[in-house]
Design a protein around this ligand. Structure first.
Ligand SMILES: [Zn+2]
Ligand SMILES: [Zn+2]
Length: 233
């Protein structure tokens, strides 16, 4: 055992068991999503692709989520959010099983020219934590996707936390207009604009955040936007 391990012993993010960040018992409690659904009608759809009849102008083309947002994953995500150590993230890769990799690889099959864009965190939250959680989750998925990370999106203004707004319709109204294209990216010299984007978030619930982000990206010229999230509420 290294000295550093004595100073910062590993605790399970789900149950505080010492020795691992995700212990076998908590890992067993994770529930992989077996049936992917269309983001609009919520009916089953292969690889979460939006049904042709459900397609919307400036809409999401498909969505894949890995796990159900059950109590154990909720706890893990909550705890990992406040951990500054990237070591935790290194071990967190174990959460992606070979079966999951197969699922994620679907995006590699669609196009070889995707870029990864994470949902930007609000400035308040960023300052609180000192790092952008969404960026970490972007880097996390990049390990499996091998696409470049872009920062086209920024947040414009603060809204009250999504979790506090229960009603789905309220959520959409609440989120509308919060994103914009990064000032730097409006000048093509500073930013490569990609036509095919994979939008990443840790948890998707109503889908309003990713839908709004997609709207902004497509209005700015993106052609295809697919969503990938770790969890689905
Ligand atoms: Zn545990
Ligand atoms: Zn549909």
């Amino acid at each position: 055992m290294f000295f550093i391990d004595l100073l910062f012993p590993k605790f399970c993010l789900g149950c505080w068991y010492i020795g691992e960040y995700i212990c076998p018992s908590c890992f067993d409690k994770l529930e992989p999503i077996k049936k992917d659904v269309c983001i609009y009608c919520k009916r089953p759809s292969l690889f979460g692709l939006t049904h042709p009849g459900c397609k919307k102008m400036y809409g999401v083309d498909g969505i894949l989520s890995i796990y159900h947002y059950n109590p154990i994953l909720k706890k893990i995500i909550k705890n990992i959010k406040y951990r500054l150590s990237t070591k935790v993230w290194d071990e967190f890769y174990k959460i992606i099983t070979p079966k999951t990799i197969e699922k994620i690889n679907f995006y590699k099959k669609i196009s070889s020219e995707f870029a990864i864009q994470s949902i930007p965190l609000s400035k308040i939250k960023y300052n609180e934590r000192g790092f952008n959680q969404a960026n970490l989750i972007g880097i996390f998925f990049q390990k499996f996707l091998d696409f470049p990370i872009i920062n086209l999106l920024t947040r414009k203004k603060e809204v009250s936390s999504q979790a506090q707004t229960k009603n789905n319709k309220d959520r959409y109204v609440n989120i509308r207009g919060v994103f914009e294209i990064n000032q730097k990216c409006r000048d093509a010299r500073f930013c490569v604009f990609t036509k095919n984007i994979i939008l990443i978030d840790d948890v998707v619930t109503s889908g309003s955040t990713v839908r709004e982000a997609t709207r902004i990206l497509k209005k700015a010229g993106a052609e295809k936007v697919y969503v990938l999230t770790l969890a689905k509420g």
